[in-house]
Write a protein that binds this ligand. Structure first.
Ligand SMILES: [Zn+2]
Ligand SMILES: [Zn+2]
Length: 124
């Protein structure tokens, strides 16, 4: 595959591009399938038709844990993760009357929740 940051070819499933040092799928400038330049907002490569993969950097885990614990009843943790719909639902139900609040807190503390972009939360 190709590095999406610099366009150089990298081994399949490589974690780090040896050319630029970035995660190969963290960029958005080149197609990971054919190496052609892509529009940063494109979802499909116009040259080869492949679905462009993008693995961004997840939200901060510790921030999510703290928000979930202190402001989870208002859905702030879900808002932080980019899940606006769930955040609103949580807000109007007061964290599912405390039950949802507790479940979310445990899930986030165990890092089993992904953000709206599907990225795992980052522990530092
Ligand atoms: Zn690279
Ligand atoms: Zn392509």
């Amino acid at each position: 595959m190709f590095c999406r940051t610099c366009g150089k070819e990298v081994p399949e499933n490589a974690e780090i591009c040896l050319n630029c040092g970035a995660k190969p799928l963290a960029g958005n400038k080149y197609c990971q399938n054919c190496g052609a330049e892509t529009n940063p907002k494109a979802v499909i490569c116009v040259k080869c038709g492949a679905k462009l993969k993008h693995i961004g950097v997840g939200k901060d885990w510790l921030t999510a844990v703290l928000l979930s614990f202190f402001l989870g009843e208002l859905g702030i943790d879900r808002f932080y993760l980019g899940q606006i719909g769930l955040g609103i639902l949580k807000l109007i139900t007061f964290g599912g009357f405390g039950i949802w609040w507790l479940i979310d807190f445990i899930l986030i503390a165990c890092n089993s929740i992904r953000d709206a972009d599907g990225n795992k939360l980052q522990k530092h």
